[in-house]
Write a protein that binds this ligand. Sequence first.
Ligand code: M6R
Length: 609
Amino acid sequence: MCGIVGYVGQRDAADVLLSGLERLEYRGYDSAGIAVFENEIIKVVKSKGRLADLKEKMQKEGKPSGHAGIGHTRWATHGEPSDRNSHPHGGGNVTLVHNGIIENYKKLKEFLLSQGRTFESDTDTEVVAQLIDYYYIENHGNPVEAIVKTLKEVEGSYALGVIFADFPDRVFALRKESPLIVGVGENESFIASDVTAILQYTKNYYLLEPGEIAVLSKQGAKIYDLHYQKIEKEMKTADWDISAAEKGGYEHYMLKEIHEQPEAIKKTITPRIENGLPNLEECGITPEKLLEFKKIHVVACGTAMHAGIVGKYVIEKLARIPVNVDIASEFRYREPLVGEGDLVIIISQSGETADSLEALKLSKRLGAKTLAIVNVKGSSIARESDMLIYTHAGPEIAVASTKAYMVQIAVMYLFAFELALANHCIDETECRRLTSLLQNTPDQISAILENKEMTQLIASELITADSLLYIGRGLDYALSMEGSLKLKEISYIHSESYAAGELKHGTISLITKNMPVIAVATQRNLLEKTISNIKEVKARGAKVILICHDAYHPEEGTADFRFGLPEYEDLLMPMLAVVPLQLIAYYTAVHKGNDVDKPRNLAKSVTVE
Ligand code: M6R
């Protein structure tokens, strides 16, 4: 969602802000703006649309020139996307950018209106700017006191970057729920929604906690608590380098990230395997601890939730423990039956998804133990959970998640193997065999990535479709959910995933001549049944695209296109079969000329509920 960048130093602030905002584009946005101190006067330029529109505006109106400022990409919540609603917003002495939602903004606005204040936008953000200014005047020009007083009044989620007209060499920052980091370089400091925005300048940063206020200057960043006491914080060092966040010769981040999957799996699982067996001790998970859990819940959103569904099939099959998978936004509000003795696994790439974070907090309140599987280091979900497994996918920039999903399921396999061994559902020999197969998946995936032509051909068949179906049974059904989501989010073609055996109970009536049906059939014990379902849709005119083991050749006329996957253990096939599904979605979106990395209406990190 919204992205924030702030800078104080010796460089051209507008350039730093714009390059930082470019790196945050993946979060999703519909307008952008910056505010820079030019000769000690705050100059604001903002525009609806992309950063290119903002730059065009600057060419006409002039680029603000100075060494301190704040910048923002906005994903509209309160007020339509427009120049007027774009950030930064001002109120007298104060100009600020905001990520999050101010829940009680109406009440605060009424109060400010009663004080004779007027508003220029429809946003909740402007209310905060005006309120800080109100207290700034009341407190005789003390910025931190004004911020603290405002915080006491404001309800909701926020990360704020604030500048005061009277302090042209300072940037102030604070957060609650929405993420914000404070970067420190030589004679310069930064704020950013995530570390990728400042990686080209510095790898050193502080994680700002709720209730902390950062005051940035050229000399560095000072962090205070709400009583204006200075806090000494541990400096973090990013282990991602800038090349990891760049396209590296690929046309899109999504394609680059699909190709990074073999490496991402290795980085994620290798440190968690010892003597051929899973070892999750450094993540706080021991075999003894695992035996305490009688029931497992996996809670997540979108692609991460789909990784949880694969996890459910694998854990239940191998470790014989019941696993519930929930969409986080449903889990939160349905009084879930969760309590002591339960393990709640929260999966999240960003570690900042608002619903997943709240589901985690709820689970803790209900007495369950929590395990987070998270990609972004130091994110809120990572910090809140009892146990933590970091996935090492590196920065995922494309909105459509690919490598994060891959490593999430890799972790689910490793976890399932360890749990099954602890439960004595499999013996050590079998655990070693499965672990070694998991370790070899990167090579299999690399081989699939060599063979993209068929996925391009299939994609060219899909571009004219209005709607299609993904079908499968067992793990293939679990996987087809992800294939369907990938396609619809970037190609804008409607698609649904269906359990192949369920089609006859309603959905088969949708099949018309040439409607594409992507059938995933990698589970050999279910193959005959899936093939019968394929024949049913084929008989009704469907154009069938079959994803199966390479050695399997169905009877002539069963499928129109066939993508053969390497011969491999059925249990691990989702890790292989997801690759052609990702590529089909990718090439379909490319053929349609869509903005693959930044699909319309979507944000990378959904920090509002
Ligand atoms: O950061 P998270 O993994 O918590 O994000 C969850 C979903 O928003 C995310 O997976 C979303 O569905 C992706 N755009 C799918 O590609």
